[in-house]
Design a protein around this ligand. Sequence first.
Ligand SMILES: [Fe+2]
Length: 243
Amino acid sequence: MAMVFKQIIRVDSGCVTYIIGSKETGECAIVDPLLDVDLIVNETMKEGFTEITRVIDTHTHADHISGARNLAKMFNLPGVYMHTNSDSKFKTIPVQDGEALELGDVKLRFICTPGHTCDHMCILLGDSKVLTGDTLLIGDVGRIDLGGDPRENSDRLYDSLHGKLLRLEDNLELFPTHVGAAQHLANTNASSTIGKEKANNPALKPKSKDEFFKYMTEDWPPKPTDYQNIIRLNRGEASVAVI
Ligand SMILES: [Fe+2]
């Protein structure tokens, strides 16, 4: 498989954007683009692509402003791929659980994993990699207190982790949307595997939903600055251009 796969990590925040493409057909998807779209376009062109053909957000982000809408506009795309639960006000291409997307010979399959947000999805790449967004991080999981009822979010996240992600192959490489800057996170690796996380990730140790909720709400760090406004912007309820 002639797949291009590249991480762009913003060092100050640990946020990660992914470039995924097919050398065979020149099709290219950007997952979780940060707002600096010029940087993303440059990095994509360096990989030999002449255009971006799909833009995907794994969920409505609360900690950074997404560049997805701007990129979609720049490349005249019909919309941003998002989970069908997304209540974004701009044009999205709604994605259902299990849906597939092909970039030439590169196959993506979406796995809906609500919990961190109600509109979260992970992405399987062929049979070797999984993008886990903010559902499963390296040594941690995404927080559940930035929208909706935390207990419901926690129960959903538990189901998404134990019912879906941890059932994937142990040797699958795991790539999250955040590295090195999350709660409980002392690890600066940029990737892991499902097997390593099963063995080492403390957030996966609680055996019941009650224990998991207790873990998720102990020693919680401060919420991101201005997170409600960021969510509003990312839903398209205000123009990103004003920032
Ligand atoms: Fe997030």
